[in-house]
Design a protein around this ligand. Structure first.
Ligand SMILES: Cc1cc2nc3c(=O)[nH]c(=O)nc-3n(C[C@H](O)[C@H](O)[C@H](O)COP(=O)(O)OP(=O)(O)OC[C@H]3O[C@@H](n4cnc5c(N)ncnc54)[C@H](O)[C@@H]3O)c2cc1C
Ligand code: SF4
Length: 316
């Protein structure tokens, strides 16, 4: 691990200001992703700004009838919150489908949203990787790509976004609240938060330099039945090959979003109108333009069958 300096932030604005004036600085929350990346020298921040003492660990009702989840709320606490389990069960289920109990006890809401890809070539510093080292190439293209993306890919990167929680948050139309180094705040719709790789795969999201996530807000509950089906190589402690987050209403209408398919949580609102016609009709729209490799073409029928299972369960 490369040497780095360390400080604690006294407020959210102070954290963002410290990040802006210290080149190479990064925030640290639970550390469950960042420290692994530092040990492998995939990330080498010169300075860590510890945000754990900031009072961003509350889950509060909003005037609009939704919930405001502090950036430091631990995954375990969010998944166990009574209001989340009752009104946003898809979120609770997505979180407990991820990682392990110990990791979820440490992992935070903001850190989870910002976890980096699990592309094996990103983790191997002997391999070319445009995400790790812009302009170096992409060893995954033409390499082993079973886990990687089937849609929204580019000639520079075919990695997936690996997380579970964000798939449910995309389904729920969450907003990511931030503070910037100049002290101004903004709310980013989650649809605009994670990026497709394009020609800049080193950028995972639309945060600006030094911008700190302070909270994630959920709109008022959708009702309906909530599902998070995750298909993976092992029953636990494994990232999704394919996952489906869905809310299905009594009349068969609903929403769905996919994990394991793209560089960001994949939701195509136009496909949801076809849900009452069944999974093949909805997936035909959701996955139009997919460009799978030979290794991962199986994800297309797998995603369709997973959605079909959800719809069948919804019908009881
Ligand atoms: C073995 C293993 C298995 C896993 N399996 C799964 C899985 O199946 N599903 C899944 O979804 N996840 C899985 N994870 C990932 C895990 O969910 C993440 O590591 C965790 O959520 C990251 O949260 P953290 O608070 O520890 O983030 P950190 O490691 O502290 O930070 C991650 C990133 O977020 C930035 N950051 C943190 N807080 C803020 C903030 N407030 N504002 C701006 N930037 C911030 C940091 O600078 C860093 O870049 C797994 C992890 C491990 C190690
Ligand atoms: S797919 Fe993306 S993350 Fe993986 S090697 Fe290529 S550029 Fe790197």
């Amino acid at each position: 691990m490369k040497a780095f300096t360390y400080s604690r932030a006294s407020s959210a604005a102070d954290a963002a200001a410290q990040a802006a004036r210290t080149p190479g600085a990064k925030f640290i929350a639970g550390g469950t992703n960042l420290l692994d990346l530092m040990k492998l020298e995939i990330e080498a921040p010169t300075h860590l700004i510890d945000v754990n003492k900031l009072a961003l660990d509350k889950i509060e009702a909003t005037p609009a009838g939704g919930l405001r989840i502090g950036a430091l709320v631990r995954n375990t606490d969010l998944a166990a919150d009574k209001r989340v389990r009752r009104d946003y069960a898809v979120l609770s289920r997505a979180i407990v489908a991820g990682a392990s109990g110990q990791l979820r006890n440490k992992a935070t809401t903001a850190g989870n949203l910002l976890q980096r890809t699990r592309c094996p070539y990103f983790y191997d510093t002997n391999q070319a990787c445009n995400k790790r080292k812009p302009g170096s190439g992409c060893a995954a293209i033409g390499g082993f790509s079973r886990q990687l993306a089937v849609i929204g890919t580019s000639e520079a990167c075919i990695a997936t976004y690996p997380g579970d929680m964000a798939i449910a948050m995309r389904l729920l139309d969450a907003q990511v609240e931030t503070v910037r180094p100049d002290g101004t705040t903004r709310a980013i719709p989650i649809a605009q938060f994670h990026r497709l790789p394009g020609d800049a795969p080193h950028l995972d999201n639309t945060l600006q330099a030094g911008e700190l996530i302070t909270a994630v807000t959920l709109p008022k509950p959708l009702g309906g039945k909530h599902f998070y089906h995750k298909v993976r190589d092992r029953a636990s402690y494994a990232f999704a090959l394919v996952s489906v987050a869905a809310v299905v209403q009594k009349d068969g209408t609903g929403r769905f979003a996919l994990g394991g398919m793209a560089h960001k949580p994949w939701r195509v609102e136009a496909a949801e109108a076809a849900l009452p016609k069944g999974a093949p009709a909805a997936m035909k729209i959701a996955l139009a333009g997919a460009t799978p490799t030979q290794d991962n073409a199986f994800k297309l029928p797998l995603a369709e069958r997973t959605l079909a299972a959800v719809l069948s369960e919804a019908r009881g």
